[in-house]
Ligand binder design. Structure first.
Ligand code: FAD
Ligand code: FES
Length: 284
């Protein structure tokens, strides 16, 4: 029987496997104490490292009780997580936030980079599972170098199996094309393509704003869904105000992190301002 998490109390869960992705990125496979109601791609958990800190991490996958989280080491909390080993316990609260909404029988264009890729990997898995003959999936991933591109083997394998078409980009040209994934998307959109398209994106907010400005004027793009997860959070469920964006006071943790084209048009902070942990705004 499936069970729901409690919003405010972490469920202690065991790390059962750790996979190294690159020198400061690891995937943690975490056994939950029960089989939860399945999260949707784009949703996140609050991951508590006992005695240190709690922080938001996007769901990268789930199978029965085993939750997959891919984490980059950037500061005190994530450094403490990297000290943990197989068998150690962490606390999990979730699943929080609005997910990507998967449309049917269309062209799916998925664009990501950095820790935007784990939720997008889960999204691609779910689109593949439910796809019809009329679904096409194009994946554009960008990273600084080859080492920083996540899920390359898997995405190349799915391309060979004709499930997706994968376009990798690196800043230094060490893998795929040299340049940014936004350039690849622009070229693709300029081809004569009359099919309905949905854009899904997660990653650095600057990249997503550039992508949004490229995509907003094509009339065959029926939606643009972007995850504004490149921001600070505290409570994760709408109480503290740490993640509020102007001018309407949308909270990234409950009204997002995935927003639609109409919502993104109205978020003045999108691509320009984020909040420091103190709550003060700073330019992105
Ligand atoms: C909805 C959501 C989903 C996320 N999913 C993932 C994920 O799947 N994998 C992953 O590795 N990270 C993810 N993050 C980011 C992750 O929460 C932060 O990297 C983490 O909180 C950093 O904690 P720390 O204590 O190690 O670093 P801190 O000491 O808190 O910060 C270290 C540095 O990281 C920056 N930083 C902290 N939090 C964020 C943030 N939210 N966005 C951008 N920069 C930040 C700080 O400005 C600082 O420069 C997600 C964030 C959100 C809001
Ligand atoms: S993190 Fe507290 S309101 Fe969003």
């Amino acid at each position: 029987m499936t069970k729901y998490f409690h919003n405010s109390k972490p469920e202690m869960s065991k790390i059962v496997k750790i996979r190294e992705e690159d020198e400061d990125t690891r995937t943690f496979f975490i056994k939950l104490p029960f089989t939860p109601k399945k999260p949707k791609p784009g949703q996140f958990v609050m991951l508590w490292v006992p005695g240190i800190d709690e922080f938001p991490i996007g769901v990268a996958g789930i199978r029965d009780q085993i939750l997959e989280l891919c984490v980059a080491k950037v500061g005190e909390g994530t450094e403490a997580l990297f000290e943990l080993e197989q068998g150690d316990l962490v606390g999990i609260r979730g699943f929080f936030g609005k997910a990507f909404r998967i449309k049917k029988s269309i062209t799916h264009i998925i664009v990501g980079g950095g820790y935007g890729m784990p939720p997008l990997k889960y999204l691609i898995e779910e689109i593949i599972k439910g796809r019809t003959e009329r679904d096409e999936i194009f994946v554009f991933e960008g990273a600084k170098t080859k080492e920083k591109l996540l899920y390359v083997e898997l995405l190349e394998k799915w391309t060979k199996e004709k499930k997706i078409v994968f376009f990798p980009f690196t800043d230094d040209g060490s893998y795929g094309r040299k340049g940014f994934p936004t350039e690849g998307v622009k070229e693709y959109l300029n081809q004569d393509n009359k099919k309905s398209v949905v854009i899904y994106s997660a990653g650095p907010e600057k990249m997503m704003k550039i992508l949004f400005d490229i995509c907003r004027n094509y009339n065959y793009i029926i939606d643009i869904q972007m995850s504004l997860a490149d921001r600070h959070m505290r409570c994760g469920f709408g109480l503290c105000g740490a993640c509020v964006v102007d001018p309407e006071g949308l909270r990234i943790c409950v009204d997002g992190p995935v927003f639609s084209k109409e919502q993104l048009e109205r978020i003045a902070d999108f691509g320009s301002y984020s909040r420091l942990p103190s709550g003060r705004k700073e330019e992105i």
